[in-house]
Design a protein around this ligand. Sequence first.
Ligand code: FAD
Ligand code: SIN
Length: 519
Amino acid sequence: MAKKYQFDVLIIGSGAAGLMSAVQLSSSTSIAVIAKDKILEGSSYYAQGGISAVLDPEDNFDSHIEDTVNTGFNLGNEKSIRYMVEQAPQAIKDLESTGVQFSHINNSYDLTTEGGHSSKRVAHVADKTGQSIQVNLLAKVRQKNNIELFEEYVAVDLVVKDKNCYGAYVFDKNSKEVVTFSSNKTILATGGASKSYLYTSNPDTSTGDGIAMAYRAGCEISNMEFTQFHPTCLFHPHAKSFLISETLRGEGAKLLLPDGQEFMHKYDDRLELAPRDIVARAIDNEMKVNGYDCVYLDFSFKDKEWIKSRFPTITQRCKELGIDISKEALPVVPAAHYTCGGVNTNIDAQSSINNLYAVGEVAHTGVHGANRMASNSLLECVVFAKSCANHINSSEFENSQTKIEKWDDSRVAPSKEKVVIAHLWHEIRLIMWNFVGIVRSNNRLNSAYLKIQQINKEVDEYYRIYTVTEDLIELRNLAQTSKIIVESALSRKESRGLHYNQDYPNKMSKIQNTVMTKS
Ligand code: FAD
Ligand code: SIN
């Protein structure tokens, strides 16, 4: 008999958004945090650059707001942006109170900069900011006896009736059963969908599960056409998804062509510190026009000991791969990095379904607009996790235990054709990379749409007749999320920020969000 769990709050995801939500919820609330992999695995752990906040007396909120609005090409929601920016210094304190020790110089934060920021406002823990945040949040969570952690539990679907969420069906990877979690409030904190693309900086967890689950449940999903490509992932056959932080460019690193020539001056006056969409497109263009496999990032003019202490993770990983960052330029290429769109939420992280919240990269709070400014994502996780928790802490709970029916697997059988899953998974990621990438066209988008629609049909049929596995759950989500990305891209008849369509090279004067709901 499959297990039935009952909690006041179910949090799906244990990244910075999920763990911070758990920490901020009242100690009298029973909480389950589920993660489909190990608890620390997820994008948050790998964040290098830092978290943005106005901490320098020379800086101010209006400037952080203006930079965020401009980097997002005016598509961002100014109310949400102001809220996030004004809460940022407190977010830093909240992290410090869990034990995070940001790097300091002479008793002040060692603030750095990245693309789009007009002041130094990126606080960091050397180049392992995410790791420090995750380890400290997890330690805090473990101190609380009202929080139970469920590792290797994959949410399959939300339980939603009459626009109310009552919990989720969850696949237990060890027992291979689908169990039920019934909850008064459910928080989606499942991260982004960058695994829809062949090349990504993200870990394997970023398969858009929360976005697909919310879509199937009837939530509004916004602005999914805005996939951010990080300009500099290490180009090396053995370096799966290894990011070279933008903070290297913040500290002066130069982008070079294979012959050693600089090229960013051809694209933007801000050179290497132009916003990410511009730098990624510039690199993509140089690679396509000249047939290069990669470009190079040179930092070798910096002092060796300083590099080692400021960027220990990058120095070490490069060393393992036979590259001495203090002596040679690093081969780099753009890769899918961040999902700007997601489940539509308000400032309290409420979705369009009652008792369902979304926090972190899965959410569309409106702060990123058409392009996320560097280091605003961890900030969004921490700020909106707190506002979500505050909202839940002040809400009434009703008993939802009786509302979830048992998972029905009476009409499915184990699959004998797992090759289909592996094939379709690869096909989606290839289509998305080649047809829905950094530079788009109507022709390629239309072609992608037909292909992804056909794949969705095949996956739905497969899902109908075979027993669920983690791979099948993820494939179904990846297929649906990719379809939403393509539909959103087709519906935007302009180029704005991260969405660049050669057939509509200009911005429209009317500024509007893309909203998708299941028909
Ligand atoms: P994640 O940290 O990705 O966590 C998602 C969680 O959801 C995981 O626990 C996963 O197991 C779980 N999950 C997913 N699906 C399911 C399911 N179906 N069932 C159960 N659990 C599920 N941003 C910055 O602001 N500054 C940076 O310096 C920075 N550097 C980055 C470097 C890298 C390499 C990457 C990949 C991203 C970086 N970002 C950075 C972006 C930022 O790290 C992420 O946007 C942010 O950490 C997302 O946090 P999250 O909690 O929403 O999701
Ligand atoms: C980086 O360190 O380059 C990543 C920063 C971010 O994604 O915000």
